[in-house]
Design a protein around this ligand. Sequence first.
Ligand code: C5P
Length: 229
Amino acid sequence: TPLWLIVPAAGQGRRMAADRPKQYLQLAGRPVLAQTLARLHATFPTARLLLCLDPRDAWFDPAWVPFADWRRVDGGVERAASVALALTAIAEEAADEDLVLVHDVVRPCVHGDDLTRLHAALVDEPMGALLAVPVADTMKRADAAGRVATTEPRDGLWHALTPQGFRYALLRRALDEAGRSSVAITDEASAVEALGLSPRLVAGRRDNLKITHPEDLGLAEQIHAAQIL
Ligand code: C5P
């Protein structure tokens, strides 16, 4: 089955408070974006890459892309819009049954073992699948004053990570529908769930960190140094 990779990288990373979008900060000697693409390429060297970038992006360098078959796609206002634009860009080429993996550019610690297991799970999984980890901490819901309102039972709760993978036609339909509703979608799976389907949770590694806050970069450096690939 042909494999497409969509890497949304059109975010501004405002929570990072850095001089540049977080995907361009240095991690173990290379920009985060280059590290993330290298991880994907090591497992899926012949996949076709769609890289969503802000049209005004002044930092990107195509030398960081290791894929032979790749193209740049303009990002949208939100993450889901960026992914939807990438799907639209390949509408003439992609077959309904093609596999599409979506992976955040800000997850540069994703391990090849997880990529391989997710891909294997997708082969006979029509509703799609995502990397995820069970919640380990006790979960509190806050009230408006910053006090604990309730403790949420953590049984059965998972953190949704990326990549998340789906058949092309299903993901396109899900994001089209999501675009018509006013509910904010922060991952692909929730758009698919809104169609009444249940993507499979594939237990992944806890060190598949999403770089969001300033201290995350140092953590990602340590993870990279400790990982055996
Ligand atoms: O907003 P957040 O930090 O959760 O972004 C997750 C991913 O989505 C990042 O890789 C970011 O670059 C990407 N993104 C995008 N287009 C947007 C907003 C975010 O591709 N409009």
